[in-house]
Design a protein around this ligand. Structure first.
Ligand code: WTA
Length: 652
């Protein structure tokens, strides 16, 4: 067991199950064995520039690049001197090939309406909308803000921006007017694109109304394009607001893709900082595009006949990289669903899989825990035999949830790729490869080729095998963030200052004796009990492995003797009763699974946990509640404010 001084984190998770890739899957996979993976990884590690330079042939270049990587820490330039266009690589590159008439986007609306856009059709829409943007005065480098439901027009607008060199800033359709205005102002957005409204659990979300409020506080935004999605009443401001369909009627479908410098900004995506102001993460053109394509091919092993479904919202990085840019550059059929997983009932996702014969399904652990809570009957009603690969992203997946996913959704036959990455990394960094890696439930397994992780202690030195510490990345990679919009100092301070020469991602991790990585939670979330550092995910996983627990969050609260006491918040599975009896049982269970050190001092039962809108548990807020403090940090990303009030109430 490690002590406090070396800054290591105690590893308490015992997980020994191993799931080798199914032979049938491996036989057809791009990377079909552990040896093939290792060879590729070593090749990349030996010569990062040579490796990516060769890969870059897969993009279309208007002008060839001169240098693969120019690295002036912390600023990277990939493929400098070259010119390409992301919209070209996503669309034009497939025209004149058998993919031209293949479905690019298959879309299902929440009310059950559906649309299919082939590559050819999508190309036409994008060209037209790019001309609309030009007509509204948008030029290279201008920032366009998008606040849209999950409809094809969102992808069309993003691709149209990329086509003419405008920079998009997508704000998730659940954010408030205040949050939109903050982001518009930070980015100096010139144009806003939105819809009259969107569907969510059968209700109409008044998006335009929210945008009107935001635009009153967004002085840089000159014009606003409004898509008619639900046909609700909206107010249109003369001279500022325009209907999407009216502008499109007159637009020409002829709009060649603009040659863009490799490092031209492609998009800004805001992500919450642990305190205060959201950060505008900046991604650029060529490196991001190449990385999104290669990782889509390696990790999801997509083939031309596949229907691939990523359930994320395009308002998050997962939607950017793995609904739009990665899959389209790779020529995949990408399915997009507009609404909630439990509308009109809890079987909606499984019906969609059955209806479109989905082959690859990529979702979040928070969703999986909800499916488990809703019960197996919803899953059992549908034919899921088309599935051949499953993925997760966004949080660690507790081994028990992994097992359920494997058995109930994957029918025991589908590999699971637990993909670790961040808004900042632009694409997947660590993951099993479905045809090459034997998976361990709860581990994101191994780094992708070109990704070189290192775990360091607080002394900044590599920790011994098996010990937890800060996860860093030691070499630049093509999709890495290029900065925080308008704030180079914050970029430097946040990611490059604490561990010199390495990218500090903000997560803790450990690497086991087989070279498998285990993410242990955010650095800020670590518990320190009697000088031993414990990771949140391990305590939570121990709790979730008890049948009565649907979901759990562990945090530390100040304790005179131990430094910190372990406080846990638990939502109980539908057939179980919360109470003193269960409390005792859960303490025993944790003692058995992990040991006395991790036994919770407080167990609170709750109906729901506070989460971000992308589904991550906000442990920071729970820490305040556990300590009896008022919350002072940023709560604008909280999904449901009533959860916080309810938790405080339960306290009294
Ligand atoms: C967490 C999402 C464990 C992690 C693409 C990371 C994960 C943060 C995993 C980034 C995973 C994401 N296992 N933790 N497979 N994937 N995380 O920016 O803490 O929304 O730093 O990007 O989510 O979240 P973001």
């Amino acid at each position: 067991m490690a002590d406090e001084q070396s800054g290591q984190i105690v590893n308490v998770m015992k997980e020994s199950r191993l799931f080798p890739p199914p032979a049938e899957f491996a036989a057809k996979a791009r990377i079909g064995s552990a040896e093939a993976y290792e060879q590729l990884w070593n090749e990349a590690a030996k010569d990062i520039e040579g490796f990516w330079g060769k890969m870059a042939d897969e993009l279309h270049w208007f002008k060839p690049f001169e240098k693969v990587l120019q690295w002036d820490e912390p600023f990277a330039q990939w493929f400098a001197g070259g010119q390409t266009n992301v919209s070209y690589n996503c669309l034009d590159a497939h025209l004149g090939t058998p993919r031209a008439n293949k479905a690019a986007l298959v879309w299902e609306g929440e009310p059950g309406d559906s649309r299919v856009l082939t590559y050819q059709m999508l190309h036409r829409e994008v060209c037209k909308f790019a001309n609309v943007l030009k007509k509204l005065g948008i030029q290279k480098g201008d920032v366009v803000a998008l606040y849209m439901p999950m409809v094809p027009e969102l992808a069309i607008a993003m691709l149209a921006c990329a086509r003419i060199g405008a920079v998009h800033s997508v704000v998730f359709g659940g954010f408030s007017a205040e949050a939109i205005a903050d982001r518009n102002n930070d980015a100096s957005a010139k144009l806003q694109i939105t819809a009259d409204g969107g569907w969510r659990r059968g209700k109409q979300l008044p998006l335009k109304e929210t945008v009107d409020e935001a635009l009153a506080k967004s002085p840089t935004v000159e014009k606003c394009v409004v898509l008619n999605r639900i046909g609700c009443e909206v107010s249109m401001q003369e001279g500022r607001d325009f209907w999407w369909h009216e502008l499109m009627e007159e637009a020409s479908a002829d709009c060649p893709a603009e040659p863009m410098d490799s490092e031209a900004p492609l998009f800004i995506l805001y992500t919450s900082g642990s305190t205060g102001k959201p950060k505008g993460i900046k991604h650029t053109t060529a490196g991001y595009n190449l990385y999104a394509k290669k990782t889509t091919e390696w990790v999801f092993d997509v083939r031309d006949e596949d229907v691939y479904w990523c359930t994320a919202d395009i308002g998050w990085i997962t939607g950017h990289s793995y609904i739009v840019y990665g899959p389209l550059t790779a020529g995949v059929t990408s399915l997009m669903y507009e609404g909630a997983p439990n509308w009109p009932d809890e079987g909606r996702f499984w019906e969609i899989i059955e209806k479109y014969r989905v082959n690859i399904f990529y979702t979040a652990p928070t969703a999986i825990r909800a499916f488990i809570k809703w019960g197996d009957q919803w899953v059992e009603k549908c034919d899921l035999s088309s599935l051949r690969l499953l993925g997760t992203v966004g949080e660690g997946i507790n081994p028990e949830a992994w097992m359920w996913y494997h058995e109930k959704i994957g029918g025991g036959r589908c590999p699971i790729v637990d993909t670790w990455w961040q808004t900042e990394t632009g694409g997947i960094m660590m993951t099993p490869l479905p045809g090459a890696t034997a998976t361990k439930p709860g581990s994101c397994c191994k780094p992708l080729p070109g990704i070189i992780p290192e775990i360091v202690g607080e002394d900044r030195k590599p920790v011994p095998t098996g010990s937890g510490g800060w996860l860093t990345i030691t070499q630049p990679w093509p999709a890495m963030l290029r900065g925080i919009w308008g704030d180079d100092e914050r970029y430097q301070a946040q990611y490059w200052a604490d561990v010199p020469g390495k990218y500090l991602c903000g997560d803790n991790a450990r690497c086991d004796e087989d070279g498998y990585y285990w993410i242990m939670g955010r650095i800020d979330d670590v518990l320190n009990v009697s000088g031993h550092r414990l990771s949140t995910i391990e305590i939570e996983s121990a709790l979730v492995s008890h049948p009565a627990v649907a979901e759990a969050a562990a945090v530390g609260r100040p304790h005179d003797l131990k430094g910190e006491a372990v406080a846990v918040f638990v939502t109980v599975a539908s057939d179980f009763e919360p109470g003193e009896e269960l409390r005792k049982e859960l303490k025993l269970h944790v003692r058995k699974e992990i040991g006395a050190l991790a036994v919770p001092d407080d167990i609170r039962f709750t109906n729901a946990l506070p989460k971000t809108r992308s589904g991550k548990i906000m442990r920071r807020l729970l820490r305040d509640i556990a300590a009896g403090r008022q919350t002072v940090g940023d709560t604008t990303t909280l999904e449901d404010y009533s959860v916080l009030a309810k938790l405080r109430q339960d306290e009294d």
